[in-house]
Design a protein around this ligand. Structure first.
Ligand code: FAD
Length: 302
């Protein structure tokens, strides 16, 4: 783990800065990777993506929810996003984090919040993805997913390739629509692969498994090596384009997002928005400090 990564990770977890940033509006160049602070701004951004054939998964940003009121507020905001998708006929679905809906407050409270969201989304045929967070929240998130899957089929989740348990999880949840990622959090050595080589190898293995054996696959990466491998793999195995999609984050590798869409692949952009942008933004800088150069350029080259 290098120092820059640790530094941005530490900044992302600073509750005081997270709180203060809510009052700043989008700053520090965050506007290049966050699609506004209001529902209206988010709708405009998604309309632009839809117009070029790209669908969206919408993340109403939220961090550090430790009390019931904040979780209820997050639920109300996500319900408003679902209504906006429906009303504006956006080609979009929801991504949410169980901790935002109160997983750190109380399991059953979180379950009921998620049930309400999934149920309203179901009425409008909108898919809801449970984003995966750090290892402490992994099992309860899977438990809630399974519980809700008894009543609703419009839900899926994320498999993080750095976890040793990921292979077992992907087999267990192969009938779910899954997003497969490398993994964004700093995880301990007894639970997760630590080197890029090991994570990448497991990542490819999991993608291939789900493409061959599972339900719909979202391959969420900016890594062109992985993308090129997948393109070759689906061709060799006769896997049709409607069985999978590529996903990238809003504002990243925009040329490649467009190129993949033009090549006829399904493409879905992860669109974060909201006043709680700070932690998300710092984690992106931690992942790839070169993003700082990009953001500085975009901020000053107006
Ligand atoms: P990396 O391993 O970061 O990069 C590999 C190579 O790709 C780099 O060496 C470089 O050559 C190239 N590259 C990467 N980025 C760029 C760039 N911006 N410009 C040019 N070249 C680049 N993580 C979770 O833990 N839980 C989630 O729920 C989750 N959801 C996600 C949803 C989406 C849509 C995406 C894209 C990621 C999500 N992640 C999630 C984050 C993910 O786990 C990784 O941390 C993140 O995507 C960085 O890994 P990578 O696969 O993009 O490639």
């Amino acid at each position: 783990m290098n120092v820059t990564k640790d530094f941005f990770m530490m900044l992302s977890q600073n509750r005081m800065l997270n709180g203060a940033a809510k009052r700043w509006g989008l700053k520090l160049g965050a506007q290049s990777v966050v699609a506004g602070t209001t529902v209206e701004e988010m709708v405009q951004s998604i309309r632009k993506l839809n117009a070029i054939g790209i669908s969206a998964t919408i993340d109403n940003l939220g961090e550090f929810v430790f009390d019931k009121n904040e979780a209820l507020q997050a639920k109300t905001q996500i319900l408003a996003v679902i209504e906006a998708i429906h009303e504006h006929e956006l080609d979009a679905h929801i991504s949410l984090k169980p901790t935002q809906l109160g997983l750190d407050v109380d399991y059953d409270f979180c379950l009921e919040n998620l049930r309400e969201i999934v149920s309203v989304a179901h009425q409008h045929s909108i898919f809801v993805n449970f984003d995966m967070e750090d290892h402490a929240h992994l099992q309860p998130s899977f438990d809630i997913l399974e519980e809700l899957h008894k009543d609703y089929d419009n839900i899926g989740t994320v498999i993080q390739a750095y976890f040793f348990r990921a292979e077992e999880d992907i087999q267990k949840y192969k009938n779910y629509r899954l997003r497969i990622v490398k993994g964004a959090y700093k995880e301990p050595e007894n639970l997760a692969y630590q080197t890029k080589e090991d994570i990448d190898a497991n990542y490819i293995k999991l993608i291939e498994y789900h493409l061959l054996n599972g339900a719909f696959t979202s391959i969420a990466t900016h890594d062109h090596h992985v993308i090129n491998h997948v393109k070759k793999f689906v061709k060799e195995h006769g896997i049709p384009n409607d069985k999978f999609e590529f996903q990238m984050l809003y504002g990243f590798r925009k040329d490649m997002q467009l190129q993949l869409t033009r090549e006829g692949y399904n493409f879905c952009t992860y669109v974060p928005f909201g006043i709680d942008w700070y932690g998300y933004f710092m984690r992106r800088l931690a992942e790839r400090p070169q993003n700082l150069n990009l953001i500085v350029k975009q901020t000053f080259n107006k």
